[in-house]
Ligand binder design. Structure first.
Ligand code: NAD
Length: 470
């Protein structure tokens, strides 16, 4: 529940309703799309340190209009069924908006992962997988989890291995989960994918002066002042790429135990190292510490990137947000009520289910790789590289001088899996943003990018239900 009293699910559903009110949808279909198709609530025990410990988990399948359904598994103490339903719904809208051919799902386990050893977490994760498998809530053709808050490559590796042991005759067993370590069937670029997608989405926003103007911004990402909340997988990668590759300045980082601020710019890498060593940002030597991290969401900056949790910008603090642009890297960081306050104050929000779709996009590539049983680029790499080298030599011979360093750099980019994944992700993020902004600018009754993204997404779902669903 947010500080202004609304739940995450309520907020997502109100955003959905707001968009649907601007659409012409056959009677009843909006309800079918909005509600989760099914929710599995499981309790199971694992014997830990001589004790039977009981764990509670969920897997919600929001929309099975396309299979498999897709969505992360979250390990956190404060999860509940409504949160999982909200996250599963966002997955449906997310896949549709970026043209990933999956339905939406999400899972969670109520657990503090930091309270358990590696071996204990492995036993718990394997048991959870067994429970999901028993009820058909995991499988390459049906339901494919991925990492989320509190989980990562390691957990996905355990899940894949458990599923394979349970289904030894399934040649595609490895595609039952994405976000696996590369040596266990994962794909290059998956760990960075969501943060990378945030970077690509922001770059696309900054290619459109009309959109920047709405937020009172101009120029490029170079020199833009950014506040990031959450330096985990998503926040760390987004902040690092924006700092190292786009010249942005990270002026504050908000973590669980407070925030660290330096208006001349923090080093993301160094804060991350400190966080890994100490578990927090308190005491970080090269910045000013603020114990009440939430107030730092209101710090003066150009771009606020909430990359931790839902319900962070609410009706209570939205009026105090100074960022011109709010780039939602986390799921659901801005509530429905806060959205309206921000809009009235001339702030622009790039919505979560578009901006953090990099994870599911690269998960889709991983799933395709697993079904193909071959790494992207493996067959073509040498022939492509030989052709390009030969083309460069031929051009240089003809014109009698070397091609520029800039061109040489682009042409000699390795034709490997990582570059192919980044290229596919960039294309996906660019194209999806263009569709959202086209609709937003074309319709005077669509008030913001979030509503436009919902309409783009729901429109595809409606079409699919009308044309193909049973
Ligand atoms: P993570 O566990 O790797 O990182 C979360 C970070 O937020 C941690 O550093 C944690 O300490 C910090 N944090 C937790 N509570 C906080 C608080 N109250 N204030 C400030 N910081 C806090 O998780 P993640 O995978 O980076 O996920 C972050 C968000 O991005 C979530 O909303 C998740 O649903 C969303 N998301 C993740 C992915 C993915 O691929 N991992 C994909 C799409 C969306």
């Amino acid at each position: 529940m947010s500080s202004d009293g609304s739940t995450f699910l309520h907020s997502v559903n109100r955003m959905f309703d707001h968009a649907v009110a601007l659409m012409d949808i056959p009677p009843g279909l909006a309800k079918q799309i909005k509600l989760a198709n099914s929710i599995y609530n499981v309790r199971f025990h694992v014997r830990i340190r001589g004790e039977y410990q009981v764990f509670e988990g969920w897997r919600a399948t929001h929309s099975e209009h396309r299979l498999p359904v897709k969505g992360g598994i979250r390990y956190a103490l404060n999860v509940d069924q409504q949160e999982v339903e909200a996250l599963a719904a966002l997955m449906t809208y997310k896949c549709a908006v970026v043209n990933v051919p999956f339905g939406g799902s999400k899972g969670a386990l109520r657990i503090d992962p930091k309270a358990y050893s590696r071996a204990e977490l492995e036993a718990i994760t394997r048991r959870f997988t067994l429970e999901l498998d028993k009820k058909g809530y995991i499988g390459p053709a049906l339901n494919v989890p991925a990492p989320d808050l509190g989980t990562g490559e390691r957990e996905m590796g355990w899940i894949a291995n458990t599923y394979r042991l349970l289904n030894p005759d399934d040649i595609n067993a490895g595609a039952c989960v994405t976000g696996k370590p590369v040596e266990a069937g994962g794909i290059a670029g998956r760990v960075e994918a969501t943060g990378r997608g945030v970077q690509f989405g922001l770059r696309e926003f900054f290619r459109h002066p009309e959109d920047m103007k709405l937020a009172g911004l101009d120029g490029t990402l170079d020199g833009k002042r950014i506040v990031v909340q959450g330096l985990g997988n998503v926040g760390y990668h987004a902040a690092r790429f924006l700092q190292d590759e786009d010249g942005a300045q990270i002026v504050a980082i908000i973590e669980r135990d407070g925030a660290v601020i330096d208006d001349d710019g923090l080093s993301v890498e160094s804060v991350r190292d400190y966080l890994s060593e100490t578990g927090g940002v308190k005491g970080y030597p090269d910045g000013r510490y603020e114990e009440d991290g939430t107030t730092v969401l209101e710090h003066e900056c150009d771009i606020l990137i909430p990359a931790a949790l839902e319900n962070q910008v609410t009706a209570d603090n939205a009026g105090a947000i100074q960022a011109r642009l709010i780039a939602e890297a986390a799921n659901g960081p801005v509530t429905y009520e806060a959205d309206q306050v921000l809009r009235d104050a001339g702030r622009v929000v790039i919505p979560d289910f578009y901006l953090n779709a990099g994870g599911v996009t690269v998960s889709y590539f991983e799933w395709l790789k697993n079904l193909a049983h071959v790494r992207f680029g493996r067959l073509q790499r040498r022939i492509m590289e030989t052709r390009i080298e030969s083309a460069i030599s031929a051009i240089e011979e003809l014109v009698g001088r070397k091609i520029s360093e800039e061109h040489a750099k682009i042409l000699s980019q390795e034709y490997d899996e990582l570059n192919l994944v980044r290229s596919g992700l960039d294309d996906t993020m660019r194209e999806a943003y263009q569709k959202i902004r086209e609709l937003f600018h074309a319709r005077a009754d669509v008030p913001d990018l979030r509503t436009a993204a919902f309409i783009v997404s729901i429109d595809k779902l409606v079409h699919y239900y009308e044309e193909y669903a049973l």
